[in-house]
Structure formats: structure tokens, C-alpha cells
Design a binder for this molecule. Structure first.
Ligand SMILES: [Zn+2]
Ligand SMILES: [Zn+2]
Length: 254
């Protein structure tokens, strides 16, 4: 399984880091995880044609995580030299179907496929849930501490390689549970100090989760500009678990 960091930035403009987006590839299948504004172009730069994706998984419905959903469906519908003929499955937290119906209300036939369907499978927001994804990848989820139907996501390859993505979250025992023993924890580290809205993590929060979960490796993403990356890495490194700041195009493989 390859887990590519397509976007490691935030919703703020950044020439080198796009908003959240990741690509899971396994046994020929390609699954998009999140996808904020500009993800389609960033995928193209990585040699991946968004019209041919096998499915999508969304951690939550904030625009920096799903802003490219409408452009994605529009490009699949327009198709031109690669017309889509098969369904596009989406897995996301409860409430996503209503969200999608509202988008259809705005965009109508522009995003409604002809001859194939968008199939949405909702995951519960108050307990563990999961699904079998294309390519033999197992998705396991636990509720995150955030808004907009947020989930922590764990992806396990057929060979057992496991990458956990925090999604956006405040301090979360569930994330420590899901990340226990993972090969890689890809986690947000959005804020510089304890978040007064309890909806994002600072480096001290990340360190506490890493210390409890002891994943083999940690990759920090989603740092707002007020977070000093060097300081954040120092704080997390004190746990003894290897940590780095992720960059767009980085590949995790195992
Ligand atoms: Zn968010
Ligand atoms: Zn975010």
C-alpha cells in the first residue's frame, strides 16, 4: 500500500502545500482521502487522473478537506477522452448524504452522473465503524473531536501495513486508541497552543497521543503559520518516536 501526502497544508494560500488530501493505492486501486481545493491538480502533478479514482473517503466536511468534491464529480461527468462508466463510492461520517443532497440541490445535473452513480456509505459518529475499501484495504474509524461529522481514519493494507490519519481533531483518546501500534500516524498539528475551541491539536497534544499510542513513525501536517515547525518537532520527538513534517508528494509505503 502506498499512502501519498497530496496536501499537507491548511485552508490558507500556500504555494507549496495544498489543503488536506491523501491518496491510498493498493493492488491497482486508488482511493482519495479528503481533497480540499486544488486536489485534482495536485493529483495530476503526481500522475494520477482524478477521473479514474476508485473511491473517496472523507474525514469531515470542512472545505479544506472536501472542497474539491464538486470539481471532482464535474471532471468525472465531463470525462471527454476518459468517460466514466462505473460507480464512484464514497465513505464518510453520518450526515454526508444530506450534505451531498444539498450540493446536488445547488449544482443539479452538473454533478449528477449519467449511467453511473455516486454511492455514499455513511459511518457512525458515536462508535467504532469501518468498511472494506477497493484494493483489499480495510478502513477503521473512530469519532474525532471536531465538527462537521469528523472521524479518525485507519487504513490497513492486505499485508498489514497500517497508516492512521487524525483528520481534524481536538485532544482525542480515540486517536490514541486507533494509532496504537500503527506503522505511521499522520496527524494534524494545527495550532501553537491548547486550542480554546478544543477542535485542533498543538504539539503538546500530539506528543501526549503519540506517547500513549507509540506508533512506529509520526508525520505532522496541517500546521497553521503560527506553529513553529522546529519547535513542534522537538516537542513530539521527546516521546522517542521518530517524527517529521510531511510535505506534498511524500510517499509512505509498506
Ligand atoms: Zn476541520
Ligand atoms: Zn482542516
Amino acid at each position: 500500500m502506498r499512502f501519498t501526502l497530496v496536501g499537507t497544508g491548511t485552508t490558507l494560500p500556500d504555494a507549496t502545500r495544498g489543503p488536506a488530501g491523501f491518496l491510498v493505492e493498493s493492488d491497482g486501486a486508488r482511493i482519495l482521502v479528503d481533497g480540499g481545493t486544488g486536489t485534482i491538480g495536485r493529483l495530476a502533478a503526481l500522475g494520477v487522473d482524478a477521473r479514474e479514482l476508485d473511491g473517496g473517503v472523507y474525514s469531515h466536511r470542512h472545505v479544506d478537506h472536501c472542497g474539491d468534491l464538486v470539481p471532482l464529480l464535474f471532471t468525472m461527468k465531463v470525462g471527454i477522452d476518459k468517460p466514466r462508466r462505473r460507480d464512484y463510492p464514497i465513505w464518510a461520517g453520518s450526515g454526508f448524504e444530506d450534505f451531498f443532497a444539498a450540493l446536488e440541490g445547488v449544482y443539479g445535473s452538473w454533478i449528477q452522473p449519467e449511467g453511473w452513480k455516486v454511492r455514499i456509505a455513511e459511518l457512525v459518529l458515536d462508535a467504532a465503524d469501518g468498511a472494506d475499501l477497493p484494493g483489499g484495504v480495510r478502513l477503521d474509524t473512530l469519532p474525532a473531536v471536531h465538527t462537521a461529522g469528523a472521524l479518525h481514519l485507519s487504513f490497513t493494507s492486505p499485508s498489514g501495513y497500517r497508516v492512521v490519519f487524525s483528520g481534524d481533531t481536538g485532544p482525542s483518546e480515540a486517536l490514541a486508541v486507533l494509532a496504537r501500534g500503527a506503522d505511521v500516524l499522520v496527524t494534524e498539528c494545527a495550532v501553537e497552543t491548547t486550542d480554546r475551541w478544543n477542535s485542533h491539536l498543538c504539539a503538546t497534544d500530539v506528543a501526549a497521543i503519540v506517547d500513549a499510542a507509540r506508533p512506529k513513525r509520526v508525520v505532522l501536517t496541517h500546521l497553521y503559520p503560527m506553529v513553529d515547525p522546529t519547535e513542534a518537532l522537538q516537542v513530539v520527538r521527546a516521546t522517542g518516536v521518530p517524527v517529521e513534517r510531511g510535505h506534498d508528494g511524500q510517499v509512505l509505503e509498506g
